[in-house]
Design a protein. Structure first.
Length: 307
């Protein structure tokens, strides 16, 4: 691998690691039940399940990185006073765990979504065998999370269980429809074209559910905070060439410059397309809700991998 590629990779990696997401703005006190959610994906799902019966405060801004986003001291303190704190778990919120531990110690009811799903381990890379926290790439796994959110919310004073059941059922119907759409769309791809490469390992659940192969990732671990070595990049380049991968998918929460450098400097003839894999977009973007995100991703994956 050429020295220019290694220097470019190092420079881009430094920019990505140092460019942590901005802190979400603090929100003033609200009346009624208070639910605090760490990631914006789970924030949207929680809001849909509650159907307006509680104030849902999401700590992670749109287009942020769940591995590195930070919160203010006021937000951290507010977690301990919440009627429910919903987190992803499985090691995703790397910079937030101390605050979650403090909230639990303060007596806040906690729901760790990762505890509610059938966990898929990483199949390759530095995190091989460790629990994969990216369960939302499979909408069927999210049904288990919805059930857990409904059960936890039903125990909150001020939440009407009857209304909650109606809103939760309506959202379950949306997820079932989404799952059927994804199944049909991916079935149109020949099996030899179902090969995925992205910034870091994020597609394990989608791959297991819809019969894809995860060829590799530019960052070989399960977090965006790691950095690839020359050997990692050489191995990935060879794997991409051998598999005939036509498109590498870059995540919206991380700059795609690392992937672009790999594609252009390593002599790999592939396209680079953006997916919303770890964060929702802003309201005017292509993925303002979880369902929108999954539909957009499905469309882009099919377009990127179709013969």
């Amino acid at each position: 691998m050429r020295r220019s590629l290694l220097l470019a990779i190092a420079a881009v990696t430094a920019l990505i690691v140092s460019g942590c997401s901005p802190t979400a703005p603090a929100q003033g006190p609200s009346e009624g039940p208070q639910i605090v959610v760490t990631t914006n994906i789970l924030g949207d799902v929680t809001r849909q399940v509650l159907g307006g019966q509680a104030t849902v405060t999401t700590l992670m801004q749109p287009e942020a990185d769940p591995h590195s986003f930070e919160i203010s001291a006021r937000q951290a303190a507010g977690m301990g006073d919440a009627d429910l704190v919903v987190s992803n778990g499985l090691g995703l919120e790397e910079g937030l765990q101390q605050h979650l531990d403090r909230a639990a110690a303060a007596g806040a009811p906690m729901l760790v979504a990762g505890d509610e799903v059938d966990v898929v381990p990483y199949s390759s890379g530095e995190a091989e065998g460790a629990p994969d926290p990216h369960f939302w790439t499979d909408p069927a796994a999210m049904l288990s999370v919805v059930n857990a959110i409904e059960a936890a919310a039903a125990r909150i004073d001020g939440v009407d269980a009857g209304k909650l059941a109606v809103s939760a059922d309506a959202y379950r119907a949306q997820l079932a429809e989404l799952d059927a759409e994804m199944t049909t769309a991916f079935a149109a791809l020949p099996s030899e074209r179902r090969a995925l490469v992205t910034n870091h390992h994020v597609f394990g659940y989608l791959a297991a559910r819809f019969d894809f192969r995860v060829i590799g990732a530019v960052i070989p671990g399960g977090t965006t905070l790691a950095a690839p070595s020359a050997a990692d990049l050489r191995q990935l380049s060879d794997a991409i060439s051998s598999a005939g991968v036509p498109t590498i998918f870059a995540e919206s929460s991380q700059p795609d410059r690392l992937v672009q450098v790999l594609a252009s400097e390593a002599g790999i003839d592939v396209k680079v397309r953006e997916l919303f894999t770890e964060s929702l977009s802003r309201p005017d973007g292509a993925a303002p809700t979880y369902v929108d995100m999954m539909r957009t991703n499905t469309q882009r994956i099919v377009q990127g991998l179709a013969p």
